[in-house]
Design a protein around this ligand. Sequence first.
Ligand code: GLV
Ligand code: MN
Ligand code: MN
Length: 411
Amino acid sequence: METSLERIRKDIEALSHFNATPGCGVTRFSYSKEDRQARDYLLEQFKSLDLDVSIDGVGNIRARYLGKDSDAPIVMTGSHIDTVLNGGKFDGVAGVVGALEIVRVMHENDIRPTHSVEIVIFTEEEGSNFYSTMAGSKALTGKYGIDDLKKISNENGVSMFDVARQFGLTPENVEEHRIRPGEVKAMIELHVEQGAVLDDEKKTIGIVNAIAGMKTFVVTFTGKSNHAGTTPMYLRENPMSAAAQVISEVEDILQQVGTHSTVGTVGKIICVPNVPNVIPNKVAFTLDVRDVDPRGIRAAVAEFKKRVADKAAAHKVEVDISLIAQGQAIQLAGTVVGTIETAAQELGLTYKKMNSGAVHDSAMMAELTDVGMIFVPSVAGRSHVPEENTPFEDIKAGCDLLLKTVLRLAR
Ligand code: GLV
Ligand code: MN
Ligand code: MN
């Protein structure tokens, strides 16, 4: 019994066409027109499999393939379908299509495990709208309540709560649909590696031991706008100078105080009014810091805050640092890691045990259940870019491993 390469390819290609930026990678933000089209495509697939479908207040989709014992805790598998701006067609989608495909194989072979198997599609994993990664899984696992959904907002200042409502959802009910302790026996997520290790070492499978923790900040320097020609340098209160200096020191901070696995990124910057001949009055930027070792994040953030304060004083500007999202580093469950490893050996797949530098919804599930993750290679390690690529044969190998693992856990 095995998964179908052709069906996997067809699903991934079909989903990649629900895209706001054709010709420039895949862009499919949660709650967009393209998100609606992708959801409709998947819901249509679920129909032919007689799945029990439910959608929570922020749009997390759960589609249950009933086991023999409907009271037994379920085995969950899935990922996300939202993307970053101009991202790839595999991040998240590989795990959603993999979950769909293994349920198809169970359905066509009339296999009924004891435990129900549930496909899960998390909303807003990337944080592309509201800058908070994994907002959907945070809601589903009880880390975000209604107040949090009202607090995080998009570029236009509209909250996730309101955007979800405009999409036709009922975020006011989000807390009723939370996963209860004991409801899930295990969660397995198939995902592309998004790094170069498997491709470099010519291994087909990564078995994840730990997922990095992360903190995301928005730093806002506020000064005074004035004429770029008439204002002498010593009379300026220029937030751009403060921001530029501290941004250029991020690499130095990581080298000085981080661990060997700490990474930091300034990926978004806003300048107001953003006009060539006006000194800005406001410059805001994001800082994303990650590490599988929490000490790296702690040390880097403390040093970063100190340098931000120094630059603000030096340039006579105000500063605000807001923590907008965070996730703990997570060790995955030894039992699930062992089940995946045995299955990989039985299938004759080459594999490597490794950590994940990217964050995943599975990390949010780890407080509630045993979690495992299966990686497949990313060609040249490219991800969150249009060039993101994984051979379909490798995705199929990951799907076969997912099938074997899920059947073992659900039997
Ligand atoms: C999400 O994919 C992230 O790791 O930022
Ligand atoms: Mn992802
Ligand atoms: Mn991603």
